[in-house]
Design a protein around this ligand. Structure first.
Ligand code: IPM
Ligand code: MN
Length: 358
């Protein structure tokens, strides 16, 4: 019998609990079909943790995550906490958990599903064949550098510092090259080396690491140009590696190419096989509790967990194929439905997917 894999489950806020419930059904179905075993432990995080524990990232949540083999996260945040002081904001918890778990690499695939091409704002012929991954450095750069409000200037000045070390750039570059190697062997390293010192260090380091990956074709793209090329020639990108804030922005842009942010999964990884998996979309407070959210991004995040943390490729393929067949059969939640009157519920979508798994 397979060993038991421990999964920390963070449902979070907004639609988080609804989409996570569907992902848990998929875990159960995987146990039945493939004989794998999962033990789940729920943890509070984000807005709900602020309400119940007075902090977005309680210590016991961190402990549960550290004991686990992987973390499944729904979504956090919402207008209720938007005006809170910094230490009582869900976003602060998010940055804290990334740092505390050493999750320096954020992987965001953007794949255009053929049957959903009409959902994008771009022309189908531009999108044709788009299948890219943004590898975003997640625990460095301007997000984590010193920040200050200069009191001397009457609070009229603020400073955010962007810092990168060679070691930080090297480990993310290696990971991106490794991923490119398993795909079409093309890596675009995105920086602003014509202006920023951190970007010049980034570029030098990526070039040095590239010597170990002669089979991967490397191009350097300035971030402003990359934003443009993503709209002009999205299908020519394979793997994009970039620093934290550029990756934040470009991954949203890449997600929108697909026209369906409700479909996109993501992984945040550290050195070993441990990873945190979550949908790219947010907590969508406007539709929370209505049972209409699209659970596919969270379900595909489970597939990504199987691929990257557990190596359960058979089960991951079964989930991905099930999603595809349900979409091919025309089933849609409201976010991706052309005819909104035919949209199905969150749980109906989950049920169809587990039925299609076998
Ligand atoms: C993301 C989000 C976060 C980020 C915010 C909520 C702090 O936009 O995961 O991309 O900027 O990293
Ligand atoms: Mn973002």
């Amino acid at each position: 019998m397979a060993d038991v894999k421990k999964i920390a489950v963070i449902a979070g806020d907004g639609i988080g609990p609804e989409v996570v419930a569907e992902a848990l059904k998929v875990l159960k179905k995987t146990e039945e079909l493939f004989g794998y075993r999962f033990e789940t432990e729920h943890a509070l995080f984000g807005g709900i943790a602020i309400d119940e524990k007075g902090t977005p990232l309680p210590q016991d949540t961190l402990d549960i995550c550290k004991k686990a083999d992987a973390v499944l996260l729904g979504a956090v945040g919402g207008p209720k906490w938007d005006n809170n002081p910094k230490e009582l904001r869900p976003e602060t918890g998010l940055l804290g958990i990334r740092k505390a778990l050493g999750l320096f690499s954020n992987i965001r695939p953007a794949v255009v599903f053929d049957c959903l091409k009409e959902a994008s704002t771009l022309k189908p012929e531009v999108l044709e064949g788009t299948d890219l991954i943004v590898v975003r450095e997640l625990t460095g750069g301007i997000y984590f550098g010193d920040k200050l409000r200069r009191e001397g200037a009457g609070g009229q000045e603020a400073v955010d510092t962007c810092v990168y070390s060679v070691a930080e750039v090297e480990r993310i570059a290696r990971q991106a090259f490794e991923i490119a190697r398993t795909r079409r062997k093309k890596l675009a390293s995105v920086d602003k080396a014509n202006v920023l010192e951190t970007s010049r260090l980034w570029r030098e380091t990526v070039i040095r690491v590239s010597a170990d990956y002669p089979d991967v074709e490397l191009e350097h793209v300035l971030v402003d140009n990359c934003a443009m090329q993503l709209l002009r020639r999205p299908s020519s990108f394979d793997v994009i590696v970039t620093e934290n804030m550029f990756g934040d922005i470009l991954s949203d842009e890449a997600a929108m190419l697909t026209g369906s942010i409700g479909m996109l999964s993501s992984a945040s990884l550290g050195e070993g096989s441990f990873g945190l998996y979550e949908p790219v979309h947010g907590s969508a407070p406007d539709i929370a509790g209505l049972g209409v959210a699209n659970p596919i991004a969270t379900i595909l995040s489970v597939a990504l967990m199987f691929h990257l943390t557990f190596g359960y490729h058979d089960a991951a393929d079964a989930i991905e194929n099930a999603v595809k067949s349900v979409l091919d059969a025309g089933h849609r939640t409201g976010d991706i439905a052309v005819d909104k009157s035919k949209a199905i519920s969150t749980s109906a979508m989950g049920d169809l997917i587990i039925a299609a798994m076998g």
